[in-house]
Design a protein. Structure first.
Length: 361
C-alpha cells in the first residue's frame, strides 16, 4: 500500500490543522513500512513545528508553494506525477479538482463554513464549498476528527456515513509527562489563535465580573497569536486587563509546561471540530472549563465543567467554582488523565492505516 498525503499546511501559517498533520503523518510514518507514506509537496522530512512559519527553510518552502499553486489550479499532470504508483491520495482543501487514477480520501475537521460562515472570511467559505462540491462529495473515504463533525458532515453534505470514519487525533507525548511551569500566582489558562469563534471577548467579560478577591489571588493567562478579526480583542489585551496576562504566541515547545501549570484550562469556544487545547489539558491532568456545544462534550467527557459559551454569567460562575473548589479540581484532574488515554497519536495512526488499507483495496 502506498499513500500520498497532501501536507500543504506544513508550509503555511496555521494552528490546529498544521498540528494535526504534523503529528499524524509523523506517527503513521513511524508505523508504516518504508515508502508507504509520501507527503505532498515533496516533504521528505519535517522541521520543527511552529504555527507562524513553514516547517522547512525558506529556500525549501518557496518551490513547494509553486507546486501547491499548480494543485489549486487543478493541473492534472502534476497529480499524475505525484500519485504515480500510489493507491490513495489524501487531499486537503487546497486541492480543487479530484485527482484521477487513485482512490481519493480527505480529513474533515469541522463544518463551520456551513454552520457559522460569519466566523470565516468570504474567500475561505467559498474555497471550502468548492472543495466540498468538487472533491469531498466525490471522495472514496473521509476521516472526521469527532463524531460531532461526522454528524454535521453527513447531515449538511448528504455524504454516505458508511464512507466516514471517526478517528480522534492524538496529543503530543510532551503533554503526558509535562512538568508544571512555575508562576508567581496560580492561574487559569486560555490557549487559542485569537479569532471570533474562540470567544475570548466573553471570557474577558466573565473574568471582569468575578469577585475582586479572586481576581487578586489568581491570574488568567491568555496564550495565542492574533488571527482573523482579532483587532478589537488585541487592543483590549494590549491596553491591559486587571489580573490578565497576555503572552501572545507561545512556541509549541513551551505549551506543555504552561498547560500543566494551570489550575484549569478555560476554552469557551463557539464551535470546535475537536478542540486540541481541551485534549492537551487532559493529557497534562488539568481540569477544563469548556462549552456544551459541538464536539467539546464528546472530547472532554467527565473531565470538565460545561457552560453555554454565549452566557458570560455561566462562564464567570464556572471559573469561580473551579478556583474555590480544590476537591472538584482533584476529581476532574483524575478524570482528565484517565480520559486522555484515548488521545495518543500511535492509536490514531493505527486506525488511519487501517482506513487507508480499506480504501486502497
Amino acid at each position: 500500500m502506498r499513500i500520498v498525503i497532501d501536507c500543504s499546511s506544513m508550509l503555511l501559517r496555521s494552528a490546529g490543522v498544521k498540528t494535526y498533520f504534523y503529528h499524524w503523518v509523523s506517527a503513521m510514518r513511524s508505523q508504516a513500512g518504508a515508502g508507504t507514506i509520501r507527503a505532498f509537496p515533496f516533504l521528505n522530512h519535517f522541521g520543527e513545528l511552529a504555527h507562524e512559519h513553514s516547517v522547512l527553510s525558506p529556500w525549501e518552502t518557496y518551490p513547494r508553494l509553486a507546486a501547491v499553486h499548480l494543485a489549486r489550479l487543478g493541473f492534472q499532470p502534476l497529480f499524475d506525477f505525484v500519485t504515480r504508483g500510489a493507491d490513495v491520495f489524501h487531499v486537503s482543501n487546497l486541492v480543487r479538482t479530484r485527482p484521477r487514477r487513485v482512490a481519493v480520501t480527505a480529513t474533515v475537521y469541522d463544518m463551520t463554513c456551513w454552520l457559522m460562515p460569519e466566523v470565516h472570511t468570504p474567500a475561505n467559505v467559498k474555497a471550502e464549498r468548492l472543495f466540498a462540491a468538487n472533491v469531498l462529495q466525490k471522495a472514496d473515504g473521509i476521516i472526521t476528527v469527532s463524531e460531532s463533525t461526522k454528524r454535521d458532515l453527513v447531515s449538511l453534505l448528504d455524504v454516505d456515513e458508511d464512507l466516514v470514519w471517526t478517528i480522534w487525533p492524538g496529543v503530543p507525548e510532551a503533554y503526558f509527562r509535562a512538568e508544571p511551569r512555575l508562576a508567581e500566582k496560580p492561574y487559569l489558562l486560555f490557549v487559542a489563535t485569537i479569532e471570533p469563534r474562540k470567544n475570548l471577548s466573553a471570557l474577558l467579560d466573565a473574568w471582569a465580573r468575578m469577585k475582586p478577591s479572586l481576581r487578586e489571588e489568581f491570574r488568567l493567562i491568555i496564550a495565542g497569536a492574533g488571527g482573523w478579526k482579532s483587532e478589537e480583542v488585541l487592543r483590549r489585551l494590549n491596553a491591559g486587563v486587571p489580573g490578565v496576562e497576555f503572552m501572545g504566541y507561545v512556541p509549541e515547545t513551551e505549551l506543555p509546561a504552561l498547560t500543566a501549570g494551570a489550575l484549569a484550562v478555560v476554552y469557551p469556544s463557539l464551535y470546535e471540530g475537536f478542540g486540541f487545547p481541551v485534549a492537551q489539558a487532559m493529557a497534562a491532568g488539568v481540569p477544563v472549563i469548556t462549552s456544551d456545544v459541538s464536539s467539546l462534550p464528546e472530547i472532554a467527557g467527565d473531565a470538565a465543567l460545561f457552560v453555554d459559551p454565549r452566557s458570560v454569567e455561566e462562564i464567570r460562575a464556572a471559573m469561580e467554582t473551579m478556583l474555590t473548589s480544590p476537591t472538584l479540581r482533584a476529581r476532574l484532574s483524575q478524570n482528565a488523565r484517565r480520559r486522555a488515554a484515548a488521545f495518543h497519536w500511535d492509536r490514531a495512526a493505527r486506525q488511519s492505516l487501517d482506513f487507508f488499507e480499506l480504501f486502497a483495496n
